[in-house]
Design a protein around this ligand. Structure first.
Ligand code: PBG
Length: 332
């Protein structure tokens, strides 16, 4: 058997002799086709505004988002995921603004599609940017009510599909939402609107900087999402979540966070063999970026971290570093 290979007949260093040989035998590559850039859009902002806990990442105003998309397309990044930062005065306990068909997200989606029809737009479905309590669904007796939330997520999905989103991405972790949303989309003839399910989404502290970015951290306070997001102690449960979502009609499933959950990505890809995305979330990005900016880590760690997703089996990666990394990939 090949495991009996022995020195000196076998010398593994022979295939590492120079970069051309190393490239020839490499098992995984990263291309701009694998990268999805998450973007923050803020109501009433002109230009950009830095996000303190995410070095190098900013919130975009309405003009700036269009020029950013143009720049991304020039860098061959063809897919973006949009996250809204809503004015505090528009938030309420039911997240009503999510259903307003001329809200920030819907307007931005339709403007982007008008200017850049070729870009693939992923719109997040969940209520946390719109609720004053910061939860992804409706609170009834201090508990996020699953079935009441489904009705709202369905409406939110329809408004986002109507605005021109290519991909609807429910990130709320309610049970049954994929089936519910798929049925509603089909009934309204959005048969080609893709459903990307945040199927295995963990209750993670790595989301901290994102919650700063969309100003939901203060709304959420000390309240936790543990009754709907998964426990970091579980692995088999992720298989159940994904199986359910596939049966309900998910086209693509996602694992989130990424680097601390590579085992989950690998397990899901091996088990189901369907398109599987990974989300390198805000906390993961900020840890690496801050250490790079301080000079404690070489900037190549970002690319190295993305290879780990490819090895685990991810088909595409949502990463805040997408644009930056695209420059390196093209140069290599
Ligand atoms: C909310 C949502 C979150 C992220 C994406 N959508 C945060 C949360 O669940 O509280 C996190 C992304 C990141 O940390 O980069 N539905």
């Amino acid at each position: 058997m090949y495991f009996k290979r022995k020195f000196p007949n076998s010398r593994l260093r022979r295939i590492r002799l120079n970069s051309n040989i190393r490239n020839l035998i490499s098992e995984f590559e990263l291309s701009t086709n694998d990268l999805i850039q998450p973007l923050f859009i803020k109501e009433g902002l002109s230009g950009t505004e830095p996000i303190e806990s995410m070095p190098g990442i900013c919130r975009h105003g309405e003009d700036s988002i269009l020029s950013e998309i143009e720049a991304l397309l020039e860098h061959d990044i063809n897919t973006v995921a949009l996250f809204p930062v809503i004015e505090q005065s528009k938030k309420n306990s039911k997240g009503d603004e999510a259903l307003n068909s001329s809200n920030l997200m819907c307007q931005t989606v339709s403007e982007i599609k008008k200017r850049f029809p070729e870009i693939i737009l992923i719109s997040d479905v969940a209520l946390d940017p719109y609720t004053d309590h910061g939860h992804d669904g409706l609170l009834i007796n201090n508990y996020v009510d699953n079935d009441e939330t489904l009705n709202i997520l369905k409406q939110q999905s329809l408004t986002l599909a109507q605005a021109g989103s290519d991909i609807i991405a429910p990130s709320d972790m309610m049970d049954g939402r994929i089936g519910f949303i798929r049925k509603a989309l089909d009934e309204m003839d959005y048969k080609n609107t893709i459903l990307l399910s945040y199927a295995a989404k963990y209750n993670s502290k790595f989301y901290g900087p994102f919650r700063d970015a969309v100003n939901s951290a203060s709304s959420l306070g000390k309240s936790s999402k543990a009754t709907y997001q998964m426990s970091p102690k579980n692995k088999n449960e992720a298989i159940h979540e994904v199986a359910m979502d596939i049966n309900e009609g998910a086209d693509i499933v996602m694992v989130k966070p990424g680097m601390p959950y590579l085992d989950i990505i690998s397990n899901i890809k091996d088990t189901f063999k369907i398109p599987t995305f990974a989300y390198q979330v805000s906390g993961e990005y900020s840890m690496l970026k801050l250490a790079i900016d301080k000079g404690w880590l070489d900037s190549d760690v970002m690319l190295e971290s993305l290879y780990s997703f490819k090895r685990a089996g991810a088909d595409a990666i949502l990463t805040y570093a997408a644009k930056e990394i695209s420059k390196e990939i093209t140069n290599k």
